[in-house]
Design a protein around this ligand. Structure first.
Ligand SMILES: Nc1ncnc2c1ncn2[C@@H]1O[C@H](COP(=O)(O)OP(=O)(O)OP(=O)(O)O)[C@@H](O)[C@H]1O
Ligand SMILES: [Mg+2]
Length: 257
């Protein structure tokens, strides 16, 4: 079954068509990657899937429901969670609090009950904290929980962002360039984290420029070129596709990861 189905999706900014008539299906429990050169429209696609941008045309069905027109928090509540290409971090807060920021998307208490700390609020806080701690442990970050984010290396910060996205217990996780800026060791850690996320039953939609990583973790790959679908298939099919090699890979796929 497709967890996410995109049809005829189009988005233009002024004269620039960032996504053109795009269609694809993300199967449940798989790692599905979207690749393409800088400016191909990958982040724009993620922004539409997560409710930040409104498409000009098309349909996005998640869990068999149309999600175009829903606010980002409503999409997140349905179980679609994401990380950002540019790190979104509160540097003056602890790691645990940075992750808890994500959990508050999923808690429902109104201002009144929160102000008076009704039992429902206390219960929600306890659940949020438990989910945040579980997500930190899952990402191998327990030891950093009480530290302030500003003192931590970039590779750790990237994993904190993932922990925040996981703490809401999503069904689908969108990751926008999780390995960008990471060294070789951190990239290997990221690879095993992506695999563990997938094995835990969460479907992963990955945007990434590191082709070694993409080829190793993906079940299927969609190649974008100027916002359009150039090819779609298994890593092997993509690596052997002459159009993809000419337009994007340039024969320089690396397997060194
Ligand atoms: N908010 C915006 N306003 C105007 N143009 C935009 C906006 N967001 C994206 N674009 C344009 O849309 C196109 C696609 O950009 P996008 O950021 O989606 O590419 P990308 O594939 O994520 O690139 P990269 O690999 O560099 O992250 C580019 O031409 C970009 O300049
Ligand atoms: Mg991008």
């Amino acid at each position: 079954m497709a967890l996410l189905e995109v049809k005829d999706l189009t988005k233009a900014f002024g004269g620039v068509t960032a996504i053109a008539d795009l269609h694809f299906k993300v199967p449940e429990n798989k790692v599905y990657s979207v690749i393409g050169p800088n400016g191909a429209g990958k982040t724009t696609l993620f922004n539409m899937l997560s409710g930040i941008y409104h498409p000009d045309e098309g349909s996005i069905r998640f869990l068999d429901q149309e999600i175009i027109g829903k606010e980002p928090h409503a999409v997140a509540e349905m179980g679609l969670s994401r990380t950002f290409q540019n790190l979104q971090m509160f540097f003056n807060m602890t790691v645990l609090d940075n992750v808890l920021v994500g959990c508050h998307l999923r808690t429902h208490s109104g201002l009144f009950s929160a102000a008076f700390r009704l039992p429902s609020v206390i219960r929600e806080e306890r659940v949020a904290r438990q989910w945040a701690e579980e997500a930190l442990a899952f990402c191998g970050l327990e030891e950093y929980s009480r530290q302030h984010a500003d003192a931590l290396p970039y590779g750790v910060l990237k994993r904190i962002e993932i922990a925040r996205a996981l703490a809401v217990q999503p069904k689908l996780l969108l990751m926008d360039e999780p390995a960008a800026g990471l060294n070789d060791t951190e990239t290997l850690e990221m690879r095993s984290l992506i695999r563990r996320i997938s094995e835990s039953g969460i479907t992963v939609l990955l945007v990434e420029h590191n082709m070694g990583l993409v080829m190793q973790v993906s079940d299927r790959i969609l190649v974008l070129d100027y916002g359009s679908r150039l090819a779609e298939g298994t890593p092997e099919e993509i690596q052997n596709n002459p159009q993809v090699i000419e337009a994007y890979l340039g024969g320089e796929v690396q397997y060194a990861v």
